[in-house]
Every structure is written in C-alpha cells, then in structure tokens.
Ligand binder design. Structure first.
Ligand code: AMP
Length: 223
C-alpha cells in the first residue's frame, strides 16, 4: 500500500511526541488522525455519557475501561474519512484493545500495515510532560522548554492567551501514567514485534528529523 492508504499505529509513552508527530504524518500522507485522548477530552468537555464515565480515570492517569474505548474506536473507524487509511494515536494501549482492533479490521478484510514506536526514556518524558501546554481554543500544543510559542503565553496559531496545562500533566499524575504505560501498554511492543509490524524510531532530537525518520519507516513498510 502507498502512504495515502496506510493503516498505522503510533505507539509510545505519554510525552514521547505522539500527538505532534501524528499531526505531521497525517498532513504528509493525507490519512485520518484518530487520537483516543482527543476524542475522550472532547467527550468530557461535551459532557456526553462516555465523557462522564471516562473523566475520573483520565484525571487519575488511569486507563479508561477497554469496552468503552473499543466501541469509541470502532465507531470512529467506520466514519467516511477513515475509509482509505488512518493513523491511531494513543490506541491500542492494552493487549485486549490490540486483539479487538485486529478483529474489527479483519471483519472488514483490513489489517494494520505498520506500528511505529517512539522511543524516549522516562526522565525525558517527565520533563517534557511538565512543560507541555496547549491552547484551550483549538488545541495547538507547545512545550515551554522544547517548542515554546513565539510570544510568551500566546498561541502562535490563533493569538489566544489561554495556554493551559492538561490536568493529567501534573507531576504526580505523570508518574502514574508512566507506570500504567510500562505495565499495560509495554507488552504491545512484543505483541507487534511478533507480528513483524514494529518499527522503532528514536523520539529524541528535532521534531522534523523524527518526522522524516517515521516517514522513512512508513515507506519501507509500504514497499
Ligand atoms: P492521551 O492524550 O493519549 O495521553 O490520553 C489521555 C488519557 O485518556 C489517558 O491517560 C487515559 O486516561 C485515556 N485514554 C486515551 N486513550 C486510551 C486508551 N486507548 N485506553 C484507555 N484509556 C485511554
């Protein structure tokens, strides 16, 4: 398959840059971006039943129960913009989610083409997450240390002065999210390695360099 018709997973710990890289990759490839974290934060903001059920888990840095997430993703993948290809960002995060994804695609005669793993060590992640700020208007993401807005406290994209810290980016919650990642999501590395789908990319360094390496990994999977 070519890049504009690929189905891929972007895997990696919280703070590895999945959201930033996901945006770059979907812009480059013209495929749909499915971020379960973004979908959940919207559900919480809208006060939907899903959002109400998910909020307390998210606040504590725990995973939202598999059945809720799996249904949400199945609904999203059925939308028209996902027909040609999509990038999953923040899903799957557990082995049952990965199994369910495999089955829902198989029912449609589809499969995952490649799993890209962003590798960053824990100390770096804590520093990155605590510096992360996002615009409350349209969600542009900054890092006070690595990619600050051009003018202090002001969103480059829309000029808003409402750059906020996610409630789950506070240090105590960050530590729990990393623990949850290692315990529950870590096993997916071997899971996808065994399927021959995993490609690891160093998540340290410049954003554009990492994007280029991810695209190269996609191209070699598409070849
Ligand atoms: P993220 O923006 O990907 O870091 O997700 C933020 C929070 O949403 C996580 O800490 C979880 O509470 C929840 N969440 C996002 N994706 C999933 C998933 N695939 N499974 C369970 N919980 C999730």
């Amino acid at each position: 398959s070519r890049l504009d018709s690929m189905r891929l997973i972007l895997l990696g710990p919280p703070g590895a840059g999945k959201g930033t890289q996901a945006k770059n990759l979907v812009d480059h490839c013209g495929i749909a971006h499915i971020s379960t974290g973004d979908l959940l934060r919207k559900a919480v903001a809208d006060g939907t039943p899903l959002g109400q059920a998910a909020h307390r888990f998210m606040k504590a840095g725990e995973l939202v129960p598999d059945d809720l997430i799996i249904q949400m993703v199945e609904d999203r993948i059925a939308e028209a913009d996902c027909a040609e290809g999509f990038l999953l960002d923040g899903f799957p995060r557990t082995v049952p989610q990965a199994d369910a994804l495999g089955e829902m695609l198989k029912r449609k005669g589809l499969k995952i083409d490649v799993v890209l793993l962003l590798v960053v060590d824990d100390d770096d992640l804590v520093r990155r997450l605590s510096g992360r700020r996002s615009c409350s208007q349209r969600g542009a993401v900054y890092n006070l240390v690595f990619s600050p807005p051009k003018r202090d406290g002001i969103c480059d994209a829309c000029g808003s002065e409402a750059l906020i810290q996610r409630e789950d980016d506070k240090e105590s919650t960050v530590r729990n999210r990393l623990k949850v990642y290692h315990n529950q999501t870590g096993p997916l590395i071997d899971y996808y390695k065994a399927l021959g789908l995993l490609k690891a990319v160093d998540g340290g360094g410049k954003i554009e360099t990492i994007t280029a390496q991810l695209i190269e990994a996609m191209n070699s999977a598409a070849a």
